[in-house]
Ligand binder design. Structure first.
Ligand SMILES: C[S@@+](CC[C@H](N)C(=O)[O-])C[C@H]1O[C@@H](n2cnc3c(N)ncnc32)[C@H](O)[C@@H]1O
Length: 255
């Protein structure tokens, strides 16, 4: 599992919050008693859930102690617990399972998703958002460099295959398990600002497993090669912004 740096992640708060807000906005008018936010990260979104449903018990679960520390420092309404989504179970079942930008880090969705849905009470809600962007240059350049010397040997077996599948696969997987199912994708055209903004973005996400796996000598070499590739793939607009299109997959279901 990669390490998480809350400061790096927080730099792009607005672009990252937007899909979560869009997802919360699509959740119907429900009255959940128990809410769990899987991979809650720094807790802003968990607190939004807790504010929308103040009567509910809201729990944010994350495996990163750094993220949990940030979340707890918000002094909000939610409770934060350390845990691994891969082995998490809910007793008793919960009424709203929410997860924003986390489940793409877990493998084997064909068995994970049915298991997660089974933790939700009948009539409860599942609301999930995952980046679905691994066919883009931001990810393809990492994959290409990791096949080249001198990075290939230290990165062997360290980079995962992205498990996020086609929307239709999730539909086929989940349809027999739920009463209602709505799956959609959105392409956000993110206009980033500043120097090497795509590199800064992926430093907090896709690049983390690489940074964790390489030593002090190879890490800056990889970052330089990656930076060059990104500059070519995402040229700066005359106006100054760098356009970084980003596709996200949304799943909303009623158990
Ligand atoms: C990209 S962040 C998203 C955080 C938050 N949901 C948000 O949207 O701001 C991904 C989070 O998932 C957590 N995470 C990744 N794998 C996990 C796992 N197996 N179990 C629990 N948390 C995990 C990371 O620690 C990180 O906080």
């Amino acid at each position: 599992m990669p390490s998480w740096d809350p400061a790096q992640y927080a730099k792009f708060g607005d672009h990252r919050l937007r899909p979560a807000l869009d997802l919360i906005g699509r959740i119907p008018d429900i009255d959940p008693k128990r809410i769990v936010d899987l991979g809650c990260g720094p807790g802003e979104i968990t607190e939004m859930l807790a504010q929308r449903w103040p009567e509910a018990e809201t729990v944010g679960l994350d495996s990163s102690l750094d993220m949990l520390k940030k979340a707890r420092a918000l002094n909000g309404r939610a409770r934060y617990v350390e845990g691994d989504v891969a082995s998490w179970t809910a007793t008793p079942p919960i009424d709203l399972l929410f997860s924003n930008a986390c489940l793409q880090w877990l493998p084997d969705h064909a068995s994970l998703f049915p298991r997660l849905v089974a933790q939700v009470a009948k009539g409860g809600t599942v609301a999930i958002q995952m980046p679905h962007n691994h066919d883009q240059p931001s990810h393809r350049i990492i994959a290409r460099l990791s096949e080249e010397a001198p990075f290939k040997a230290p990165l062997a077996g360290k980079l995962r295959h992205d498990p996020v599948d086609a929307p239709a696969s999730y539909w086929r997987l989940l349809k027999p398990l739920v009463a209602r199912l709505d799956i959609w994708e959105v392409d956000y055209l993110q206009a980033l600002t500043g120097e090497d903004p795509v590199l800064n973005w992926t430093m907090g996400t896709a690049l983390r497993p690489v940074l964790d796996a390489l030593d002090e000598t190879l890490r800056p070499q990889f970052v330089e090669r990656y930076r060059e590739g990104l500059r070519a793939a995402y040229p700066r607009e005359a106006e100054g912004s760098t356009l970084f299109p980003f596709r996200r997959l949304f799943i909303l279901a009623e158990r």
